[in-house]
Design a protein around this ligand. Structure first.
Ligand SMILES: *Cc1c(COP(=O)(O)O)cnc(C)c1O
Length: 428
């Protein structure tokens, strides 16, 4: 038995499924998850000494790759000055200012500890501001695990093929209405019928929790216009896309200004941070300035703020996003070419360094079309790739990520390995 297998067995007796987040258990692709001993740059090393080129990158949080020296220095420096104060510190103000510089629509921001907390609080603000309760979301989009979002959710819910979660009161689930992503007509219909009840539309501007799905041109403009016409708020859940698909996130790339934005992942540089922000008049509703209550013992943690600041600073180097996007395009094209060579239908896409592929001829415009992909082939390909030292997200319904630590040579060797892995997966 490998050390990973041993740890997984031990883990299963004390942690549900042996993990602390469901997709990590490899249920959708089979096999035992490897346990990580350490990571540096673009590579993970497991407890058995295996190394993997990492395209998960802590689910997108690590845009600089693992243990980046500048972030490590910032973390060390902050930790040496004490790692939690329960009182305000300078780096909270600095990170808030950095976020606002990069995303002008985020006029004020509140830091929390996860993306889940951020979306939960943003919806609370939207409901308070509009005095309405209904939430409109899109099938396959994932906004964290709060009750109201576990309706046709993406990520682990989609990976495991779960029906909507037990434990969510029906009375709450009924307040969430779901429409297919890219279905502007469907949203219009819904607003025509329920417009006066809708507090907010929440959307992953580029879907990354059902695989990768790009918005069709005009889709977000339609959402913006419908929200304005009906007095609802538009929430861009940029937990994944923020500082990933462009310096200013999806809102910069798409040139659409949301009322509220939620952040996570990159904003904490791999430390547990989330944030919600937006129009100052809305954010002034948040306690202590306003009546909408939301608090956090460890929020604005100085070590986490330092990691986020150091990460954002590094991404401000000239050409940072252009280089990442070029490498990602090269990877995605390489996967497409390999699939064609093996006679496997494939649909690929990317925005910046966020990417995805489906084993289906496509097009993939929504979750229903994503589900037509060959997930059994994906599972075999995933296992073959892992054996060849490439770690892809262990689910056909998760996006992949390239970090600035991935070199052109890494990308090229990845394409070679993935090509061979596809041959093996096809042969079986
Ligand atoms: C990851 C993610 C979340 C949840 O963030 P957690 O930090 O895992 O709670 C919410 N929304 C989107 C779009 C995400 O990708």
């Amino acid at each position: 038995m490998s050390r990973s297998e041993e740890l997984f067995e031990r883990g299963k007796t004390v942690l549900p499924g042996g993990v602390n987040s469901p997709v990590r258990a490899f249920r959708a692709v089979g096999g035992t998850p490897f346990f990580v001993a350490r990571a540096a740059g673009a590579r993970l090393t497991d407890v058995d000494g295996g190394t993997y080129l990492d395209y998960v990158c802590s689910w997108g949080a690590l845009i600089l790759g693992h243990a980046h020296p500048a972030v490590l220095d910032a973390i060390r420096g902050a930790a040496a000055a004490g790692w939690s104060y329960g009182a305000p510190c300078e780096s909270e103000v600095e990170l808030a200012e950095a976020v606002r510089r990069r995303m002008p629509a985020v006029e004020m921001v509140r830091f929390v500890n996860s993306g889940t907390e951020a979306t939960m609080a943003a919806v609370r603000v939207a409901r308070a501001a509009t005095k309405r309760n209904v939430l409109l979301k899109f099938a396959g989009c994932y906004h964290g695990h709060a009750d109201g979002f576990l309706v046709k959710a993406g990520s682990g819910v989609a990976t495991l093929g779960l029906p909507d979660s037990p434990g969510v009161p029906a009375a709450l689930a009924e307040l969430t209405i779901t429409v297919a992503f890219n279905d502007a007509g469907g949203v219009e219909d819904l607003f025509r019928r329920r417009g006066a009840d809708v507090a907010a539309v929440i959307v992953e501007p580029y879907v990354g929790n059902a695989g990768f799905i790009a918005p069709e041109s005009g889709f977000h403009e339609t959402l913006r216009a419908l929200c304005d016409r009906h007095g609802a708020l538009l929430i861009f859940d940029e937990v994944m896309t923020g500082f990933r698909v462009a310096a200013g996130g999806a809102q910069e790339r798409l040139r659409v200004r949301p009322d509220l934005t939620t952040l996570g992942k990159i904003v904490g540089g791999g430390m547990p941070v989330g944030a919600y922000g937006g129009r100052a008049d809305l954010m002034r509703l948040v306690a202590p300035e306003g009546p909408v209550y939301q608090a956090g013992t460890l929020s604005g943690n100085p070590v986490a703020m330092a990691a986020g600041l150091a990460t954002l600073r590094e991404t401000e180097r000239a050409g940072f996003y252009e280089t990442l996007e070029r490498r990602t395009a090269r990877l995605v094209a390489g996967i497409g070419d390999a699939a064609h060579r093996h006679g496997v239908p494939v649909t690929t896409g990317h925005a910046g360094s966020m990417w995805g592929m489906y084993f289906t001829p496509g097009p993939v415009r929504n979750f229903a079309e994503a589900k037509a992909a060959d997930t059994a082939l994906f599972a075999r390909w995933h296992r073959a790739a892992l054996a060849r030292g490439v770690f892809l997200a262990p689910s056909a319904f998760e996006a992949g990520f390239v970090s600035s630590a991935h070199t052109d040579a890494d990308i090229d060797s990845t394409i070679t390995q993935l090509d061979a892995a596809l041959g093996e997966a096809r042969a079986r």
